[in-house]
Write a protein that binds this ligand. Structure first.
Ligand code: PLP
Length: 436
């Protein structure tokens, strides 16, 4: 499959180039030249396949020319080695648990697949790949654990001091090996600015082979389609073939992957874009005006995005028929007070604990089901992270109901190792140059 830039649809690069460049020079995003439609036989029989089988079939349709089948199978079996169950909470309300990977967030799908793809394409004797990543919490952990021990790669994570949860910080700072963490005395935006400046610095680029691991990389998007197909497969097993997905959204990579799955033939009735107060997209869906704005801080901080980076992909997929997009997606947004109410309501209704991002998706689904009672589809809301990653948002009673996974208990026994830096570029650059 060749890929083009959304800013120049006649451009062409290979999958390998698209992965290593991450973003085209013209600052568009890479998209596949054609979106293959999967055969009906596969779609209609999804319930007879496992997650790795589904992932392989989907990936092969997109990347079959780029990676031989056996290699692709190995990559998928290694990357997608955890499950993504749907759990029924009540009639026509299911939660898709995407937090069973090593960092306990859905970003494990993208990060693990991307790390293995990069490692696969790195040829013998090639210069080590230096991955720089800024994180507000979840991305760093997924990327760190995704690349941990992957040969010929090194990850440098920048995170804002005091602004990630304890578990997130431990996931970033206790790995050792090829992972190092920089604790920046600043905000997430400062971390992001440092990384961006590093990519344009001649001296750093001469010395290192720098690449980014953020959510705009096409190798993170593709594996996120897998769990939509797999969730549908599980719904089929429960006798449901009309599905609505509610997706907690920040940079819109997750829902973008869902829409890509739809374009590939997954018969989804409706997508719900659920956001916090950073409601650029829900506003756009209402008014038709796309007006990015500065982000505001909320309880669901992984969705504090005022200008979603993956939106251009969605706009590109529907450029020939924006009215189709308007029919397919509905937007809902909720403030922090509503988020807290939703967390409590989910707990009270089902004795189930959701993280603040997931709570927003649940509330959006419930509101949608009330607003559109004619839609008889079953609703699946995506749970993007394990609640134990955000302990500060819960009441004591709810917190005591969180099942802490074993890997988190182990984390607490490990020692944090990070380097403290200010937010000025020169100190960051010195660190990189002097710590080859
Ligand atoms: C990253 C993240 C999101 C937002 O996903 P996008 O793909 O950026 O829309 C939602 N919830 C959690 C827990 C996340 O880590």
């Amino acid at each position: 499959m060749k890929f083009y830039s959304t800013n120049n649809t006649s451009s062409r690069v290979s999958f390998k180039e698209a992965v290593f460049n991450s973003m085209p020079q013209d600052k568009g995003l890479y998209m596949p030249v054609t979106i293959p439609r999967l055969d009906d036989k596969f779609i209609n029989n999804l319930d007879s396949y496992t997650l790795p089988e589904i992932a392989f079939h989907v990936a092969q349709n997109l990347l079959g020319d780029d990676i031989p089948a056996d290699d692709l199978k190995t990559i998928i079996n290694d990357a997608i080695n955890f499950y993504a169950p749907i759990v029924k909470l009540e009639e026509d309300v299911y939660v898709l648990e995407l937090f069973h990977g090593p960092s306990l967030a859905f970003k494990d799908f993208g990060a693990r697949f991307m790390s293995r793809i990069m490692s696969y394409f790195l040829e013998e004797g090639e210069k080590q790949l230096d991955i720089l990543v800024a994180t507000s919490g979840d991305t760093g952990g997924a990327v760190a654990l995704g690349f941990l021990g992957v040969p010929n790669t090194r990850v440098t994570i920048l995170y804002p001091k005091g602004k990630v949860s304890d578990i997130q910080e431990l996931q970033l700072t206790t790995n050792g090996q090829n992972i190092r963490a920089l604790e920046i005395d600043g905000t997430f935006d400062d971390c992001q600015a440092l990384v961006k400046q590093a990519f344009t610095d001649d001296e750093l680029n001469a010395k290192y082979r720098l690449t980014s691991a953020n959510s705009i990389n096409i190798a993170r998007l593709i594996p996120q389609t897998f769990y939509y197909f797999n969730a549908y497969a599980q719904a089929l097993k429960q006798g449901k073939n009309k599905i609505v997905f509610s997706v907690p959204s920040g940079n819109f990579g997750n829902i973008g992957a869902g829409l890509l799955a739809w374009k590939m033939g997954l018969p989804v009735e409706q997508f719900i874009a659920a956001t916090n107060a950073n409601d650029t997209v829900p506003q756009f869906l209402k008014s038709g005006v796309y007006q990015p704005k500065p982000s505001v801080a909320t309880l669901s901080n992984a969705m504090d995005v005022g200008n979603p980076s993956n939106w251009v992909r969605i706009a590109d997929m529907f450029k020939d028929d924006m009215s189709q997009l308007n029919k397919l997606i509905t937007g809902y947004s909720f403030d922090d007070e509503e988020t807290t109410k939703a967390i409590n309501a989910v707990y009270n209704h089902y004795k189930y604990v959701v993280c603040p991002h997931t709570a927003i998706a649940w509330q959006a689904l419930k509101d949608y089901q009330q607003d559109v009672p004619t839609d008889e589809a079953a609703g699946i809301f995506l749970s993007t992270a394990h609640p134990c990653k955000f302990p500060d948002v819960f009441s004591d009673e709810i917190a005591s109901h969180i099942d802490t996974p074993a890997q988190v208990k182990e984390l607490h026994a490990k020692t944090k190792k990070s380097v403290a830096l200010g937010k000025d570029f020169e100190a960051f650059k010195d660190y990189l140059l002097n710590n080859a």
